[in-house]
Ligand binder design. Structure first.
Ligand code: HEM
Length: 403
């Protein structure tokens, strides 16, 4: 049997705890053609160029050979569309997160975020052991996105499974491709049906939440269709669900491995802002954008990506490119200049970045302040299956007290 190529090895589960030495190898060929005809791009400059290139589409229908497994049971949300459709739906959604250039909904939630995290940390007081994923990092952003959207928190166990199924089938994984696609379709359909019913209830009886806004807004360019409301709210629910958990968990893992840094954060809480930025560079939740397509022949780094080819942007590799950042594998929140690809870039730059940043800053600051002498129980921790959205499945710690 041929030895697996470097990109293939990155996706093997045994490399989940440390994919970074493989990214170093990957960057030897900045634009690497894979056996299946896709192109993996791993260096900072090339990724940024393609994120901003209008000849690069996010719509899989532009693939030269659209695979059956790529066709979803519902149309794409705006993350999988190109301008002008993408822009129309993103603008309509943005209106319900507060007008541009004003503090908006996210800033108004600051006190609420603190109240939620305080309750979760209180919940592990009186114990000597906790799982930072199940007890804190997961319930925190889920509670927040449910409140923002107007999704009843008690329904969470129902859509948790669908969301995990959808996320685990983004990008390559282990197991049969068609079987993974079937599981994904089933989850997309069930989540769609659930959100369709919920949207109907909000249309009849609107509240002060984003879903009510989406169903009632007539918008400057006309209202969203019923299907667009479903795909947009599913996107927000999943994105608000399955990414911030990894940022908080990766963050606590990094801090627990470096007790002097954790102690410094306790003494200098303002350090949390740069700590979160350095985490987005060094230990980001999103490692790959696997969904881009070339709309034309694109010459880059000595290679021509042919029209219709699939392009994978290796964001986590780009953020550790030594041509972009000095001593890239060192975690250093004191860097004078932290520029990363953690939230992507260009027209699809993460819509939830202000919320995700605020959540991670508040969670890490409060955990550092309140946990007395926390220690990791298992290092490395067990990881989630996905190599694309990467983070620990559990993060067990022991501690002396909670203040
Ligand atoms: C897009 C990362 C949290 C909503 C993206 C993209 C990345 C990303 C890399 C670009 C996708 C692409 O170009 O194809 C993250 C990370 C998060 C996070 C690392 C947490 C630490 C959130 C939250 C929300 C959210 C909390 C919801 C409020 C979105 C949406 C898009 C997006 C709607 C699509 C934007 C578009 O296509 O215009 N995110 N995200 N994200 N994110 Fe996030």
């Amino acid at each position: 049997m041929e030895p697996a190529g470097v990109y293939e090895r990155i996706h093997q589960f045994s490399n989940r705890a440390d994919p970074y030495r493989l990214y170093t190898e990957l960057r030897d060929t900045p634009v690497a053609r894979q056996e299946d005809g896709s192109y993996v791009v791993s260096t900072y400059r090339e990724i940024v160029a393609l994120l901003h290139d209008p000849r690069v589409s996010s719509d899989r229908r532009n693939l030269a050979e659209p695979a059956h497994a790529d066709q979803d049971a519902l149309p794409s949300a705006f993350i999988g569309l190109d301008p002008p459709e993408h822009d129309r739906l993103r603008r309509l959604t943005m209106r319900h997160f507060g007008p541009p250039h004003s503090p908006g909904k996210v800033d108004a939630m600051r006190a609420e975020l603190l109240e939620i995290i305080t309750g979760l940390i209180d919940g592990v007081a009186g114990r000597a052991r906790a799982d930072l994923v199940d007890d804190i990092a997961y319930p925190f952003p889920v509670t927040v996105i449910c409140r923002l959207l107007g999704v009843p928190r008690e329904d969470e166990p129902r859509f948790h499974r669908w969301a995990e199924e959808i996320v685990e089938t983004i990008g390559p994984g282990e197991g049969d491709r068609d079987e993974r696609a079937r599981r994904r379709q089933a989850a997309v359909l069930e989540l769609g049906r659930y959100l369709g019913e919920l949207a109907e209830a909000h249309r009849r009886d609107p509240g002060d939440d984003v879903l009510s806004g989406l169903v009632t807004d007539q918008g400057p360019d006309g209202p969203m269709s019923g299907t667009e409301v479903i795909t947009t709210s599913a996107l927000l629910l999943i994105a608000g669900h399955e990414t911030t958990v990894n940022l908080i968990a990766n963050g606590m893992l990094t801090l627990l491995r470096d007790p002097p840094l954790l102690e410094r954060l306790r003494r200098e809480p303002d350090l949390v802002v740069h700590t979160v930025e350095e985490l987005l560079r060094c230990e980001p939740p999103v490692h790959f954008l696997p969904q881009r397509v070339a709309l034309d022949d694109i010459a880059i780094a000595g290679v021509t990506i042919p029209k219709g080819a699939s392009i994978v942007l290796a964001l986590a590799s780009g953020s550790r490119d030594p041509a972009h950042v000095h001593d890239p594998d060192r975690f250093d929140p004191d860097r004078p200049y932290i520029q990363h690809l953690g939230f992507g870039g260009g027209v699809h730059h993460c819509f939830g970045a202000p919320l995700a940043r605020l959540e991670a800053q508040i969670a890490l600051r409060e955990l550092a302040r309140r946990l007395v002498n926390p220690r990791l129980v298992t290092d490395p921790p067990p990881y989630r299956p996905s190599s694309t959205l990467r983070g620990p499945r559990h993060l067990d710690i022991e501690y002396d007290d909670v203040i």
